[in-house]
Design a protein around this ligand. Structure first.
Ligand code: TXA
Ligand code: MG
Length: 362
């Protein structure tokens, strides 16, 4: 199969071919504000199956249904919790997905066998047009091959899907760069199954109630399984081994440089994910800046692109600084930890020796 690319030059670029493909039960990759999605008719089992095949995705991992109108949620939910209405008013269209009980119109192929369905209204003109012009609800996971970093540019989609899908709509680089926040509304207390750009605090402010974080997300040593099936897989991962280093900035630089030296002596090709402030401090084969440390939006936007660029450079091991930024740091670190398979080195300052302490108190 030849994969065609249509460049979205303006908000009126003709996308009739994409809408026709969706109506025919075929696949179309399209931009959203978070990452590129791989879309198909959400209410057709055969179309949903094609998504799993193209991605190489395990069939127990459910898809997100994309809508352009709140009534489309009501059309596929067994019931619509009051919280969904309040949240939709505040955050839709936008990077938030809600999980609600599904009705019989949604095939189990779309929900990975679950009785609930994930729904989101994306904040991107091309995505909304594709839903409206096709007249279909569009099931769309991120448009990467299963396990790879999510695509934030059409070129990433082509890299993973060339020859596997008929069409990619190229809307340039996405705005956010991390997948939507997923919020489960099927239990008494809403629970975040995947952190994202919309934070727990933002949700709580709008709902005026407590929102929990899925305890299965906390760490590799957690005894609990994440509730979103997709969060249990090693994911967002580059081909190279990725190791996170946490600590004070100067200590992190020293530690990473020491690790790089060792690896290079062993004949390995090394990469470092640095910030604008630290990029000149490293001595690896390839050092890339993810953005300024204070600019968490830039860090989120560049993360997946950097992981893919290191793969293209065929590095063996990537060391990354960690980014516990105030607002979306939780989402950034969640993706990085998963990409790293939870390999983290915590650099702690050696405790001061007794005589040094005495000196200070003299
Ligand atoms: O930003 C996004 O959400 C992007 C764009 C394309 O919209 N989509 C995306 O889809 O990230 P995907 O398939 O890569 O991730 C969907 C996640 C998976 O972890 C899946 O397990 C979870 O949502 N999920 C979907 N339906 C669910 C359900 N009914 N219950 C629990 N988790 C669900
Ligand atoms: Mg994905």
């Amino acid at each position: 199969m030849q994969t065609k690319i249509i460049k979205l030059e303006s908000e009126t670029t003709n996308i009739a071919e994409a809408a026709d493909l969706i109506r025919a039960g075929e696949l179309v990759a399209f931009p959203t504000e978070t990452v590129y999605g791989l879309g198909a008719d959400a209410l057709r089992a055969d179309a949903a199956r094609k998504i799993y095949a193209a991605k190489g995705r395990p069939s127990d991992n459910p898809l997100i249904v994309h809508i352009a109108d709140f009534a489309q949620l009501e059309a596929i939910a067994a019931n619509v919790p009051e919280e969904a209405k309040v949240l939709a008013d505040a955050f839709w269209p936008g990077p938030m997905t809600v999980i609600v009980p599904k009705n019989g119109r949604v095939p189990y192929e779309t929900t990975g066998g679950m009785d609930t369905v994930a729904v989101r209204m994306p904040n991107h003109p091309a995505a909304l047009r594709l839903i409206r012009e096709s007249g279909r609800l569009i099931a769309a996971p991120s448009a990467n091959r299963s396990g790879k970093p999510s695509p934030t540019e059409a070129a990433h989609v082509l890299c993973d899907m060339d020859g596997r899908i008929p069409l990619i709509l190229d809307g340039g680089a996405v705005g956010i760069g991390l997948e939507s926040t997923i919020l489960d509304l099927t239990e008494k207390t809403p629970m975040i199954l995947r952190p994202g750009y919309i934070t727990k605090e933002m949700l709580e402010d709008v709902l005026h109630m407590e929102v929990k974080l899925d305890p299965g997300l906390i760490g590799a040593d957690s005894q609990r399984r994440p509730k979103a099936p997709g969060m249990k897989y090693k994911h967002y991962a580059p081909d190279a081994e990725l190791i996170l280093v946490e600590g004070e900035s100067a200590d992190v630089v020293d530690t990473i440089n020491a690790l790089v030296r060792k690896m290079r002596e062993a004949g390995k090709k090394t990469g470092v994910i640095a910030t604008r402030e630290t990029r000149d401090c490293y001595r690896a084969d390839h050092v890339m800046s993810i953005g300024a440390r204070e600019d968490e939006d830039a860090i989120a936007r560049h993360l997946y692109k950097l992981l893919r660029e290191f793969d293209a450079l065929r590095v063996d091991v990537i060391y990354s600084e960690s980014f516990q930024t105030p607002r979306i740091g939780q989402a950034i670190m969640n993706r990085l930890m998963k990409a790293a398979g939870h390999q983290v080195i915590k650099v702690e300052k050696p405790p001061k020796r007794q005589n040094e302490r005495n000196d200070e108190t003299i």
